[in-house]
Design a protein around this ligand. Structure first.
Ligand code: ADP
Ligand code: MG
Length: 688
């Protein structure tokens, strides 16, 4: 069975009840496959024996000890247990804060494996952060390298370790290889099941690295196979070149109250040339938030529509899709273009006629969300697919939509510019267009960094803007705070802003847990100006366009990635009004967090910020670019694995070229077909 097919719920595993399952769900772990794909962020090395005497200055020891004596200190009603232990090299003290029960576990005269952080205190070698387990033990962690997983909430490492171990024991043996055997043996990569086992519980650090390489290569190969498939399919598919009409486009341009920027104009020309050519277009349009990409996309669709074809416009959120649909209606319906909107929330009664109209060609431009992928969505003649914020979609989702047309033209858009090296490799099948200049009259957004303790100054500055009739966004990393953390969260902040800080202004809250209609209503009120302050989580990140909003306050700004911060800041400065961004940060700032904020202060150029982002994360970072937003890769690290990527890319193109039959099947099928395809002769593997 393929790993991705192990859809069994994690509750099938020993010791995982609904409660733990709920906690794991916050990490997006629902199935056994999800669990096995939860990649350790680090390892804890308990394989090397480190004797007690080496335990000073917070060094971690890992040794076998004997308990020598017990003692207590502190006032009678809250006394704390001290356990004296020794190994062959030294004597140490375990300070058991809130763990007095350990007196019944760590019994005098018994032996234990001990793993803990030690320092010299009061003349003793002390530890209050340690784990001990009885010796001898069947399930000892002693002598092994343990995974350290990304966690959330109340989850701890040992729950995850147990679950993963159990998943490996129960399901591991059924997991099939997904790399063609010829490639696997050529590169000496591990069998899939072994790679997974070694990824989680490696025999050595080398073996963990080898496991990651094997999995990263496989991941990149499949990614590149899809890229190669698109690329070759496009070059393969010919149509008779035809100059599409431009009358509609010209009328639309004439109706605009402004003229296009030079960059917009040249991109539009590039797109038109693609549309007229003998091969379908595959183009990536990069440009900062607010640079006018969406407008270009609408304009680009007009020749296609005028020629009698249909276009689809896909956006990552309902909010954004609706906003696009409204703008398209405003701009295009006066020209006779029939625009429709589809999302999961469009109810049955409205959906039926819409889908019928789409099938019979009575809709020219369909704008919507993920709902566009569904099987029931059938076009009469889909000729152009536009995907906004393309990094929010998987390659497979993209192809699902493409398959609804006959080799349609594809325009991908991104406001998260992608560093050049990565564009070349990841979007090697695409042509790239960039809009580098903003529409005229925009003022540079003034960015201030402020400590949390200076938040009042920020509020005063915002008040000044509100007094002038402008509006403000307040963004928080979380919806709801927890008792333990001092993090401010959107819900609490909305309350505080409206009751004490800005009592004279109207405050509304939106986040992902709020019903879609409610969210839209509040957004609408904000765009109408009946709400002054919009408090949210990063849901306003993409695309929301409200010209009168001049303040963007991001609290706990250190918690956001550079790409996210840049996107958020781009919500303001969307008109000729002077706008401001206030990045409010906590006192405890990591070096990396500080660097990110400084980059934000220094520059508002998305292209520059993207390059800096890659630099700050640096090559080889374990979590790497996984979080950076533009690619969802589990194992591969874009800043570190470029060589691997190159390799995978070459192999993928060769595989597809050697067997054009592979151009057709879907992803799962592709994997199966590759499994049984005959081995490649050795020389085709090493040749360019
Ligand atoms: P993007 O999709 O790149 O974020 P949009 O196409 O949504 O940008 O444009 C942002 C705003 O700027 C919109 O209100 C749009 O009407 C306006 N705009 C686009 N192009 C121009 C231009 N050349 N001159 C003036 N305003 C423009
Ligand atoms: Mg946009």
């Amino acid at each position: 069975m393929l790993l991705g097919e192990i859809k069994h719920s994690i509750t099938k595993l020993k010791g995982i009840g609904p409660h733990t399952a709920g906690q794991l769900a916050t990490l997006d772990i629902m199935s056994v496959a999800d669990l096995l794909l939860h990649v350790p962020r680090d390892y804890e090395d308990r394989s090397r024996i480190v004797p007690l005497k080496e335990g000073y200055q917070d060094a971690t020891v890992n040794t076998l000890v004997e308990v020598v004596a017990h003692d207590f200190f502190g006032p009678e009603h809250k006394k704390t247990l001290k356990v004296y232990v020794k190994d062959e090299t030294a004597t140490g003290v375990l300070v058991c804060f809130n763990r007095n029960f350990l007196q019944h576990v760590l019994k005098v005269g018994h032996q234990f494996y001990l793993y803990g952080q030690f320092s010299y205190r009061y003349g003793d070698l002390q530890s209050s952060s340690f784990e001990a387990e009885p010796y001898p033990s069947e399930h000892t962690k002693f002598g092994s390298i343990l995974p350290v997983y990304p966690l959330s909430g109340k989850l701890n490492q040992s729950v995850l370790r147990k679950a993963v171990q159990d998943a490996l024991t129960t399901y591991g043996k059924y997991i099939d290889n997904e790399l063609p055997e010829s490639l696997r043996s050529h590169y000496r990569y591990l069998e899939k099941r072994r790679a997974l086992a070694q990824l989680h519980f490696p025999d050595s650090h080398d073996s963990a690295a080898q496991a990651r390489q094997s999995l990263a290569y496989e991941e990149l190969l499949y990614f590149q196979l899809v890229v190669a498939r698109h690329s070759l399919a496009r070059k393969d598919s010919r149509r008779s070149p035809k100059i599409l009409p431009e009358k509609l486009q010209r009328s639309c341009l004439k109706n605009l109250p402004f003229s296009l920027t030079t960059d917009q104009r040249s991109v539009l020309t590039e797109i038109k040339q693609d549309l007229d050519s003998a091969h379908p277009m595959g183009r990536l349009l990069q440009g900062d938030v607010g640079s006018g990409k969406t407008l270009v996309a609408f304009l680009a669709a007009l020749p296609v529509i005028e020629a009698g074809y249909q276009a689809a416009f896909l956006a990552p959120t309902e909010l954004l899709a609706r906003q696009h649909a409204e703008r398209a209606a405003e701009l295009l319906e006066p020209l006779g273009v029939r625009v429709a909107f589809l999302s999961g929330n469009v109810d049955k009664n409205a959906r039926r006629p819409l889908l019928d109209a789409l099938r019979t060609g009575e809709v020219d431009l369909l704008i919507g969300t993920h709902a566009l992928f569904t099987r029931e969505v059938v076009f009469q003649s889909l000729r152009l697919v536009i995907i906004d914020e393309q990094h929010k979609f998987g390659v497979e989702q993209r192809s699902q939509l493409m398959e609804k047309g006959h080799a349609p033209d594809l325009l991908l858009m991104t406001a998260t510019p992608i560093p050049r090296t990565l564009t070349l490799t990841f979007f090697g099948d695409l042509d790239v267009s960039s809009i580098r200049t903003m529409p005229p009259g925009r003022k540079e957004i003034v960015t201030h960094l402020a400590r949390q303790s200076n938040a009042d100054k920020v509020y005063n500055a915002v008040r000044h803007e509100l007094e002038r009739g402008h509006q403000a966004y307040f963004v928080y990393p979380l919806i709801r705070g927890t008792e333990k953390s001092s993090l401010k969260a959107a819900e609490g902040a909305a309350e505080q802003l409206s009751s004490t800080i800005f009592p004279n202004y109207k405050v509304a809250l939106i986040h992902s847990k709020i019903r879609e209609e409610e969210k839209l209503e509040r957004m609408h009120a904000f765009s109408e100006g009946t709400i002054d302050i919009l408090v949210s989580t990063s849901v306003v990140e993409v695309g929301v366009d409200i010209k009168n909003a001049t303040c963007m306050v991001i609290e706990h700004a250190e918690r956001f990635g550079l790409a996210g911060l840049h996107q958020l800041r781009g919500r303001v400065g969307r008109s000729t009004l002077q706008s401001y961004a206030f990045l409010v940060y906590s006192e405890e700032l990591t070096e990396e967090g500080k660097q990110r904020l400084l980059v934000m202060k220094e520059s508002s150029d998305g292209f520059f910020i993207a390059e800096e982002d890659l630099k700050i994360r640096g090559p080889g970072e374990v979590t790497g670019t996984r979080q950076s937003g533009f690619m969802r890769l589990k194992f591969a690290d874009l800043s570190g694995d470029l060589t691997l990527l190159d390799k995978a890319r070459k192999d993928a193109f060769r595989i597809i070229k050697a067997d054009p039959g592979l151009l057709q099947p879907d992803h799962q099928q592709l994997r199966r077909t590759l499994e049984c395809c005959p081995p490649f002769p050795e020389d085709t593997l090493t040749g360019g």
